[in-house]
Design a protein around this ligand. Structure first.
Ligand SMILES: Cc1ncc(COP(=O)(O)O)c(C=O)c1O
Length: 365
C-alpha cells in the first residue's frame, strides 16, 4: 500500500508491521529537549542518524534547533538537498573524493566536518582548493570513549595549529562524544564520569585560547546524558537526537526518565502455540541490537527471540493476546530500528495523521 494512502486510517486498517510515531508524545519530547537546551543557554543541534528524515529534521528546526548533526556525508547531502542549511557531520571523512563532495556541498549549506588527525589536514586543504570552497571543521577530541578523536591537550592543540595555518580549512571549534558514560550507575558516578569527560573539551579549549586560537563551538552530548551535558559549563551545543523518539535502551540502560515512548512498532499476532505467541515483526522490523524491544503497556509477554520475520514471545501470565490481535512494541534502540523502514506513520487519536519518508535509509557513504 502506498504510504500516503494510509493517511486517515485507524490502527486496525494499517497493514502490519508498521513504524508508528505518537505525535503528541513526540512533540512533548521535542519541546523538552529544545526547552532544556534553551534553559541552559546553549544551542541544540540534534543528531539525525536515528530518523534519517528531512521532514523530521524540519520539525526539529521548527522547534528551535540551530541545525542538525549527521553521521554520514550522504545524509548531509540529502538534508542539504531538502533545504537544511546548518549541518555538522560528527564523523571523520578522509578520502579525496568524499572531501571534494564535502567542499562542493558548502555551496548549498554550511556543513561542518570533524577532523581528528593532522594527516587529514592536507587532504581537506587539497579538496577545498580543487573545488574552491573552504571547509569549516571541528576537531574531534577523544574524551574517554576511545573511538575517534585526537587526544585532548597538546595533541589537539597541534592539530588546531595545523588547521589554522592551512588554507581551505576554517577552524570553528571542538566536539567530543561521551558515549562511555551513558550506562554508568549510580547517578552520582555517571555525573562525575560525564563531568570528567567534558572537562577534557574545556581544558583543550582553554589551551587553544591561550595560543590565541578562537573556539566558537564546543559540541557534545547524546540523549543518554543530555541534561548533564547541556548543563556543563562551556558546552555550546548539544547533539542529542534519538530522545525525540525515546526507546527502551535510553530508559532502562541509560536511566532517561523524562522523555516518553513516542516510537512503536505495530504488529499482529499471527500464531499462538503452547506457551508462546508469534507476531509478524522479527529482526527485519524491530532490531534487538543493543537492547530488545518490549510490548507497550503489557507485562504478560517476554521476548524469547526474533528471527527474520517472526517475533516470538513467551506468555508469562494470563491467556496472552488473541490471534489477529494488534500489539505495539517499544523500540529497543531507535537507531537500529528506524532504518529498517521506509516511513514513519505519525498517529494522533488512533488515526494516521502524517507520513514521513525515511529518505536517508541506505545513505551510508
Ligand atoms: C557522535 C555522536 N553524537 C551524539 C550521539 C548521540 O545520539 P543520540 O542522542 O541519538 O543517542 C551519538 C550516538 O551514537 C554519536 O555517535
Amino acid at each position: 500500500m502506498a504510504p500516503a494512502s494510509l493517511l486517515g486510517k485507524t490502527l486496525g486498517e494499517i497493514p502490519t508491521p508498521a513504524l508508528l510515531v505518537d505525535l503528541d508524545l513526540f512533540t512533548s519530547n521535542l519541546r523538552r529537549l529544545a526547552g532544556f537546551c534553551r534553559s541552559q543557554g546553549i544551542a541544540w543541534r540534534p543528531h539525525t542518524k536515528a530518523h534519517k528524515s528531512p521532514e523530521v529534521a524540519r520539525l526539529l528546526l521548527g522547534a528551535g534547533a540551530c541545525g542538525i548533526t549527521c553521521a554520514k556525508l550522504s545524509e548531509a547531502e540529502l538534508m542539504a538537498a531538502h533545504g537544511i542549511d546548518q549541518i555538522l557531520i560528527a564523523n571523520q571523512i578522509v578520502t579525496p573524493a568524499k572531501l571534494e563532495r564535502l567542499s562542493r556541498l558548502q555551496e548549498r549549506a554550511t556543513v561542518l566536518a570533524a577532523i581528528d588527525n593532522p594527516a587529514a589536514v592536507p587532504l581537506f586543504q587539497q579538496a577545498a582548493q580543487r573545488v574552491g570552497r573552504p571547509i569549516p571543521v571541528l576537531i574531534e577530541v577523544d574524551i574517554g570513549m576511545n573511538r575517534c578523536g585526537v587526544q585532548p591537550g597538546p595533541p589537539a592543540l597541534a592539530l588546531a595549529l595545523a588547521i589554522h595555518e592551512a588554507p581551505g580549512l576554517v577552524f570553528r571549534g571542538l566536539m567530543g562524544y561521551e558515549g562511555h558514560v551513558l550506562s554508568v550507575k549510580p547517578a552520582a558516578a555517571k555525573s562525575a564520569a560525564c563531568a570528567l569527560a567534558l572537562s577534557h573539551l574545556i581544558s583543550t579549549r582553554d589551551l587553544l585560547l591561550e595560543e590565541g586560537i578562537p573556539v566558537e563551538i564546543i559540541s557534545a552530548g547524546g540523549t543518554g546524558s543530555y541534561q548533564l551535558t547541556a548543563s556543563y559549563p562551556g558546552i555550546t551545543e548539544l547533539q542529542a537526537g534519538g530522545g525525540i523518539f525515546m526507546d527502551a535502551m535510553y530508559r532502562q540502560t541509560f536511566g532517561v526518565n523524562d522523555l516518553e515512548y513516542a516510537l512503536t512498532i505495530l504488529a499482529t499476532v499471527t500464531s499462538r502455540q503452547g506457551g508462546h505467541v508469534v507476531v509478524d515483526a522479527g529482526f527485519k522490523t524491530m532490531s534487538a541490537f543493543h537492547h530488545p524491544p518490549h510490548p507497550l503497556n503489557r507485562d504478560d509477554l517476554r521476548l524469547r527471540y526474533l528471527s527474520a520475520e517472526h517475533g516470538v514471545f513467551e506468555v508469562a501470565g494470563g491467556t496472552g493476546p488473541q490471534l489477529g490481535e494488534l500489539l505495539q512494541f517499544v523500540a529497543g534502540y531507535s537507531d537500529s530500528t528506524v532504518f529498517l523502514h521506509d516511513c514513519f506513520l505519525g498517529v494522533r487519536g488512533g488515526r494516521v495523521e502524517q507520513v514521513w519518508e525515511i529518505l536517508g535509509r541506505g545513505k551510508l557513504d
